[in-house]
Design a protein around this ligand. Sequence first.
Ligand code: ZN
Length: 505
Amino acid sequence: MNAEQAYAELVQHCKETATLRSCADLLGWDERTYLPPQGASHRGEQLALLARLVHERLTTPRLGELLTAVEGSAFTHPAESVSAATIREVRRTYDRAVKIPASLVQELARVTTQAQQVWQQARKNNDFASFRPWLEKVVALKQQEAQAVGFATVPYDALLDEYEPGATTGEITRLFATLRRELTPLLQAILASGRQARAEILAREYPVDRQQTFGQGAAAAIGFRFDAGRLDVTTHPFCSGIGPGDCRITTRYNPHHLNEAFFGILHEAGHGLYEQGLDPEHFGCAPGTAASLGIHESQSRLWENQVGRSRPFWEHFYPRAQELFPQALADVSLAVFLFAINEVKASFIRVEADEATYNLHIILRFELEQALISGDLKVSEVPGAWNEKFRQSFDLTPPTDTLGCLQDIHWSGGGIGYFPTYTLGNLYAAQFMAQARQDLPGLDDDFRGGSFTRLTGWLREKIHREGHRRSAGALCERVTGRPLQTAPLMAYLKQKYESLYEVTV
Ligand code: ZN
């Protein structure tokens, strides 16, 4: 088989696999938005069948033959070319897929489905004991998975690689240690400042239909295309990039709180802009695929926080908010509103955390899951270890496991190695934004005028269109000239909070 034929077949194979997968994505989106409850069981059958077909295509020996035929050919040069990136990523996912025995894949699917159900009840009843045997099973299976996949330094690397290809445990450990060291004094200064935001203004009446209008308008303003996407309602918001021209975002509305839906929509629209910005020509291949979960999260955090919680953004949007929600906001000044949406507070729940405390929640989980996978921490010791670490970070002890180690769905679903991508996303977002400000002087004036096209265009060109031609770390170096660092995020946080809380750190 010559390399030309092999490469053409390889690309065709990838595109068809991605198309099949997009059918599952669409069914998955429907399952979480409009599926009538009685249809759940049949939907499960549909998704299981598609998952099996996708897995067969990812592990077919034919793929191995095609890879052998193209590796070492001219298609692998230069390293960042479309063909080289495509081949490299197919090799990575193929190796990973064939190394994990089918029996382990099935067992993981079976155990995590049940573990998630048990976890839901356990969280509701504050009953870690009932969840413990299931978490033990999940951890044991993930340890087996890590051994099967193989790793350079520690088993956790093998799990991390699924979500953040190219990142290593060692590198993240160093980055997070620096971040924690720098965040702690900032947080202490904020909490000791005595300044209080009027958070209650966000918990007034915000009619749902008006929130819909407001959120949809903001998503459109930052560039989310509604002729190539949708916004619907769900319980746990997500973004699903079905394929070229079709990206679905979701949110949930709380009539007694503005933040949840509004910042949720900005967040998901940020993910959506990334999906809509991928090159459709390379759908199914690395250059038309997201670089990593960390990069994906950087796009959502950039819009939600770096832009969406900034003063210039609200100088444009606040008059509109006051018009739409006169009862809630007519007597509230912009300064009071800005302080409220940027309030810092030590809280037990990660998803409710602000920008100053959020990453400490992630670092705690990153440390615990590494210890679980290495065997240094037993599952039975998780509640105690969690509470101890929480106390060290926040000087608070969770009163229940529901507010502690039972709060997140990730571990029950087998998503060990996923958490660090959230903080990597925050770090990448800050570093990208600092670079965008350098490359595009006067960005804040754009925002004040309600224009986001220069920033969206910059992100599209520098990040979205690059897809996964290179690793997340290499993409960051290419865009910003430096490897990922904590300095841009810390500079951003200090600037914001020193003025809001009148502290100096
Ligand atoms: Zn996200």
